[in-house]
Design a protein around this ligand. Structure first.
Ligand code: NAD
Length: 371
């Protein structure tokens, strides 16, 4: 078992990475949560369908009374109604501040259960057990919890650091390919911005042509190592800038255009990770156009994208819709845009007020395949 300690103003908490959830989780509960009297595990119907017996066996071994709350799968359920439903269950189960909410699922369950944990009785114990790559390398770490409201993503939320994170990389073995690709977008982002070794390892761990290469990769020892490296980076970034004021904005690489693609597509068709992957290519193209970065860097990254089946083109959508979405992006506040661009691998830089023509040209370049 590997351990990373995340240090934050609210609390320091351990991130355990181990393949044996049902062996280690109960031991950690007994060791780290001696004064807790109950565990409420929140999951969704899809994940519960796959892991029901594992979840039940594990909770039985924790030697604490426990309840399981199952929410319907899907981003559309990350809302206040579902939060209220969980509050109701917590009241019914007579849950107190020293008891534990365990979020068992992807980023949606982590954000929703985390939001509930942050508000119920002004904050109760929270454990994240992320079961997607996005959850493991990104959303469970750093304390952002939220629900969507009135069609706006993550608009009602909190910073609430968990008390423990338990990552079992074998949970990724049951992910569909689309979900693997979704998570790999974030992994590649860490590689480009913070640690080239991640890109080298990704490249090494994957056979070029095999159709099922991504499923093989997530099962490899190298991928477990990659998860560990990504978690260390996310913990370090969140520690440096807990409330997302400056340094943590580096994590927005590819997100400026990515969000606009998602919104122009009305959040259908491409996953968040896929949109960010395409957005990172536009950000690299803009970096090349501005003379910050060499063309060869993009070619090298494209090679990795192809191995990982990451989308590098923007689907042909009305370009005005993308440009219009840019205006509402929070990185464009006060009418001054702010891009995370690169001067090379692991050389990120914030650039303000990128010329609108340069942005549009490079969006078109990705859309019409002038690579
Ligand atoms: N809090 C943060 O810092 C942060 C960061 C990034 C993303 N997010 C949020 O995370 C959410 C996206 O997370 P996600 O990509 O994990 O989506 P998700 O939680 O919807 O999971 C994706 C799909 O995979 C399924 N799934 C989960 N675990 C599985 C497993 N082990 N095997 C098979 N299927 C499994 C889910 O049921 C779902 O259908 C968004 O709501 C986003 O806003 C939050």
């Amino acid at each position: 078992m590997r351990i990373i300690t995340a240090k934050t103003k609210a609390r320091d908490y351990p991130i355990y990475i181990s393949q044996q959830f049902s062996e280690h989780f109960p031991l950690l509960i007994r060791k780290n949560f001696k004064d807790s009297e109950k565990i409420i595990l929140v999951t969704n119907d899809k994940v519960f369908g796959i892991y029901e017996s594992n979840i039940k066996n594990t909770l039985d071994k924790c030697s604490l009374p426990h309840e399981i709350v199952v929410i319907r799968d899907g981003e559309e359920n990350k809302n206040l109604q579902k939060a209220e439903y969980i509050f109701g269950k917590l009241v019914d189960f007579n849950v107190h501040r020293n008891d534990i909410i365990t979020a068992f699922g992807g980023g949606v369950i982590g954000d929703l259960a985390g939001f509930v944990a942050s508000t119920y009785q002004r904050g109760i114990r929270l454990i994240h057990c992320p079961t997607t790559i996005v959850g493991q390398v990104d959303s469970s770490i750093g304390g952002k919890v939220a629900v969507n409201y009135s069609g706006i993503k993550n608009i009602v939320g909190n910073f609430y650091q968990p008390h423990m994170i338990f990552i079992d990389p074998t949970f990724n073995h049951t992910l569909e390919e689309k979900q693997i690709i979704n998570g790999l977008g974030e992994v590649v982002k860490y590689g480009i911005i913070f640690k080239k070794k991640i890109l080298d390892k990704l490249s090494q761990s994957i056979e070029d042509k095999k159709e099922d290469r991504l499923f093989e990769m997530v099962r490899s020892d190298i991928f477990r190592e990659i998860i560990y490296m990504c978690c260390s980076i996310k913990a370090m970034v969140a520690q440096k800038d807990e409330f997302d004021i400056s340094y943590r904005n580096l994590l927005n690489f590819g997100h400026t255009i990515g969000h606009c693609i998602e919104s122009a597509l009305e959040f259908k068709g491409l996953s968040h990770g896929e949109a960010v992957s395409a957005g990172m290519i536009v950000a690299i193209d803009i970096s090349v156009s501005l003379g910050l970065c060499k063309k060869e860097v993009k070619e090298w990254i494209l090679g990795i994208y192809k191995k990982l089946k990451l989308p590098y083109r923007i689907p042909e959508i009305d370009i005005d819709k993308i440009v219009c979405a840019l205006k509402y992006d929070k990185k464009f506040k006060t009418m001054q845009n702010k891009f995370v661009l690169i001067k090379g691998i692991n050389k990120p830089v914030f650039i303000y007020d990128v010329d609108r023509g340069v942005i549009i040209d490079n969006i078109k370049k990705s859309m019409y395949n002038y690579i």
